[in-house]
Design a protein around this ligand. Structure first.
Ligand code: CA
Length: 561
């Protein structure tokens, strides 16, 4: 599965990427920590053994919110496409945990199958039982965004005690499971209808220990006035401050995270700046994820070492023949002094020990004389892993500024964006070949092609775009990006959408729009306003050079049927 299996010389490092770092961490765990864990029954007492998918899994983003805050729309907005099994609407239909993941083919995978799949990171969810697994599924879809990140949609939280018991599984436990493994937790709130139920407060409560991962999105902010928004934001901060119990509450992103025109666009610029910030934050996920995986591995190794010394110490205290049971009972009762002894002898710090009373309870079920003796070789391996291997990875990471494979596609923009795009931020120039644009067609594209051909046949509608074009006083048959931008912004569509429209419409990438390109831009804007999704590539039928010149289209004979 991993390329390192085929590599002999571990000194020769591949350039650091998210994948190479996670592969190396997995190798560290598997070669050096796992043998110690297995010898001292670590998984019986603490966590199940880790497997490759735990390391190679894409960074997860957990999305939480009450009903109808727009969670599914938010995911749809990021992906710019529907995902299988998507449920959008105010009615209580999102009662599931949905892992939105990458796959070549669209499909829905049920929770039972997911939890049994050794190639996925969900195996330890099995402990939440069948009533949970029935409410868990994977929505697999071919979105480039999901090549870098996995999104976890959660059931919309309803207020009321009834739902709690009706669920039949440990809801907060599941939230905690995902929260620990996620690298970002997005809490969505509705600016238009801010009420935070006790139920949701409890859910937020189960995020304890993961506070630094929390980001707040105050969604649907375009539906309220500036004054209302300020008030809502204040109320939200006050409530969250109480629940999270920290004075400095997480970063709040205010905006309208869907791809429809803004209802009140006074603060359009603010919303767009906020969206850019959030996207930037999401782009850093891989880096954070690697850091989190390193930290988790170190924490686990320290606990495993403490555990090994405790278990072998207990073993060494056991008599060979008589009074086994009474010795065991005495050891459990006075476990504190075993902790103290280990702390002194093995230089284990107090913080690495498991909670005393838990460990006392767990030990009751075991025969100490079957425990393994101290094996210093295994301990040395773990020390080596922490002091050498992980330290080396961390050093390389800080030198190379960890590798971030940028998220592209969806709302994160098309890959072929360049500096001529007036809606573009600081995207770097990439060589764009016209041929690239004429690539394979997506299934939905026929909608565009048909609509475009209809439009061309409807001379009135088609002439409307031309009239608009000439009213803007083009120079040498072209509109400057400034003029075109001014016109396109009138659509009130979010910047990210206009950016994509521009990159599709400016076919020759000269940073200006000619008559044809302008028509394409306006056509795409209208299509978007009518609720159609944009194609990732411009269908070949829309590309001006593949069609007769506009002045020739006037004749009926050129119509296609
Ligand atoms: Ca152009």
């Amino acid at each position: 599965m991993f390329s390192w299996l085929a590599r002999n010389d571990s000194r020769k490092r591949e350039p650091l990427t998210f994948t190479t770092v996670t592969e190396r961490l997995w190798k560290c765990y598997n070669d050096k920590l796992q043998p110690l864990e297995a010898t001292y029954l670590f998984s019986d007492f603490h966590y199940p053994p880790m497997s490759a998918p735990d390391f190679e899994a894409k960074p997860m983003v957990l999305l939480m919110g009450q009903y109808s805050v727009g969670k599914s729309s938010f995911i749809r907005y990021l992906l710019e496409r529907d995902f299988p099994g998507m449920r959008i609407g105010p009615e209580p239909t999102t009662d599931r945990f949905v892992a939105v993941m990458h796959s070549e083919n669209d499909r829905v995978i049920p929770g039972n199958v997911l939890a049994a799949d050794p190639t996925k990171q969900f195996r330890s969810l099995e402990k939440f039982g069948n009533s949970f697994l029935q409410k868990f599924e994977c929505s697999a879809t071919n979105s480039p965004v999901l090549e870098r990140v996995t999104l976890i949609d959660t059931p919309g939280v309803l207020s009321g005690e009834k739902q709690r018991t009706a669920r039949g599984y440990d809801f907060e436990g599941v939230i905690e499971w995902f929260a620990q493994r996620s690298v970002m937790i997005i809490l969505l709130f509705d600016a238009h209808k801010l009420d935070i139920s006790d139920e949701f407060c409890r859910c937020i409560g189960s995020l304890k220990g993961n506070e630094e991962k929390i980001r707040i999105v105050l969604n649907k902010a375009d539906m309220v006035t500036t004054q209302e928004l300020i008030r809502v934001n204040g109320a939200l901060m006050w409530s969250l401050g109480k629940v999270l119990g920290t004075p400095e509450v997480a970063r709040v992103y205010v905006g309208s995270f869907w791809d429809r025109p803004f209802q009140i666009d006074d603060m359009k610029n603010l919303f767009e700046a906020e969206q850019e910030d959030l996207f930037h934050d999401i782009q850093e996920l891989q880096k954070q994820d690697v850091t989190q995986k390193v930290n988790d591995l170190i924490r686990r190794a320290r606990l495993a070492k403490a555990h090994c010394f405790l278990i072998s110490k207990l073993k060494s205290q056991m008599p060979s023949f008589f009074w086994k049971q009474s010795t065991k009972e005495a050891l459990i009762k006075d476990l504190k002094s075993v902790y103290d002894q280990v702390q002194r002898e093995a230089k284990i710090s107090q913080g690495d020990f498991p909670p005393l009373s838990n460990f006392q309870d767990q030990l009751k079920a075991y025969d100490f004389s079957t425990f393994s003796k101290l094996n210093t070789h295994l301990v040395t391996k773990v020390d080596e892993m922490m002091a050498v291997d992980i330290a080396e990875i961390m050093k390389e990471m800080s030198q190379e500024q960890v590798p971030n494979q940028a998220i592209t596609g969806g709302a994160f923009g098309t890959t072929e964006d360049d500096l001529t795009n007036p809606f573009s931020g600081d995207d770097s120039i990439s060589n764009n070949d016209l041929l690239l644009l004429c690539g394979r067609q997506q299934p939905e594209q026929w909608v565009f092609v048909t609509r475009w051909e209809e439009l061309k046949r409807d001379h009135m509608a088609s002439a409307e775009y031309d009239k608009q074009f000439f009213a803007l006083e083009p120079k040498d048959g072209k509109l400057s990006s400034l003029k075109a931008r001014e016109e396109m912004v009138k659509s009130k569509l979010p910047n990210s959408v206009l950016k994509k429209i521009w990159s599709l419409a400016d076919v020759d990438k000269d940073g200006m729009l000619d008559q044809n390109e302008f028509a394409i831009a306006m056509f795409l804007i209208n299509s978007k306003q009518e609720g159609h999704d944009l194609p990732d590539q411009l269908p070949i039928e829309l590309i001006p050079s593949s069609r007769p010149e506009p002045n020739q289209v006037d004749g009926n004979d050129t119509d296609r049927d």
